[in-house]
Design a protein around this ligand. Structure first.
Ligand code: MG
Length: 277
């Protein structure tokens, strides 16, 4: 059995839903810290900075540091800095994305940018879309922090996500966006490198098949689906790929690990075919 392992953990639907912590989330993170098991929280939401995320989690009773947070905004900014150092971007998005771009040597401009970068936020309006459309026609490249069609809201409903806003720009311009967030290998691989682990030492825990589990499967990570978010057990038959392990929530997964002295049983090669569906 592999003794070295660590976790990439989605947040919404895994740790919390709306303002409420989900069962077992606090204890799970405490155990990881107590046992020095490496982990990163992996979120497609580009709205918040690392510091904002740490503050939000702290209010909910989860104590972590900024280094534990990896957002699609950070992945996008780092990717652009590699592709075109010291570039310029017109941004439809909020603080998390703006901060990440600045930290990676990007200037945020409203004229003749290298890239139009779209993240989530409440600033979206038709004037911005018109400006962005003109820039893309003028040669700016279209980058999405993620393509999530919608995001869960506090009252159990959904609001339009970054993917919905990007779709509008794609339709208006005829240009396809390049997306960096989960399930893109760009973000999945960058997060694994942050963990400092190899592919088969990395365990992705998430609640969404199209992002967390698909990304994990494509990268060759171990995958754990929690049913505490947007996916129900009966949905699984609709997908051509499947998670290695399915649990109700982090409480159940924590119990599973505790029974095995905190060595994930699905890391042993011989058990890779055993899926608890
Ligand atoms: Mg989620």
């Amino acid at each position: 059995m592999n003794e070295t392992f660590g976790f990439l953990i989605d947040m919404d639907g895994v740790l919390y839903r709306g303002p409420e912590l989900l069962p077992g989330a606090g204890e799970f993170v405490r155990q990881l810290r107590h046992r020095d098991i490496p982990f990163r929280f992996l979120t497609n939401n580009s709205q918040r900075t690392r510091r904002d995320v740490v503050a939000k989690l702290s209010r909910m009773g989860i104590d972590v540091e900024e280094q534990h947070v990896f957002t699609s905004a950070m992945a996008t900014a780092r990717f652009l800095a590699q592709q075109k150092p010291d570039g310029t971007a017109f941004v439809i998005g909020e603080g998390g994305l703006l901060t990440a771009l600045h930290q990676n040597g990007y200037a945020v401009v409203d004229h003749d940018p290298d890239y139009v970068v779209v993240g989530e936020g409440r600033t979206f309006n038709l004037e911005l879309v018109e400006t962005a459309t003109r820039m893309i026609h003028g040669g700016a490249m279209l980058i999405a922090t993620n393509l999530d069609p919608n995001c869960p809201t506090q009252n159990g409903g959904v609001r339009p996500g970054c993917g919905a806003m990007v779709a509008m720009l794609e339709l208006a311009t005829g240009v396809k966006a390049f997306s960096v967030g989960k399930p893109s290998p760009v973000m999945m691989r960058a997060a694994r490198k942050e963990l400092g682990l190899a592919t088969d030492e990395t365990i992705m825990i998430g609640d969404t098949m199209e992002t967390d589990i698909l990304g994990g499967v494509q990268l060759g990570f171990h995958t754990v689906l929690v049913l505490s978010g947007g996916t129900r057990r009966e949905d699984l038959v609709r997908y051509a790929y499947r998670p290695e392990t399915v649990v109700a929530n982090l409480a159940e997964y924590g119990e599973m690990l505790a029974r095995h002295d905190w060595h994930p049983p699905h890391l042993a090669d011989e058990s890779r075919d055993l899926v608890a569906v």
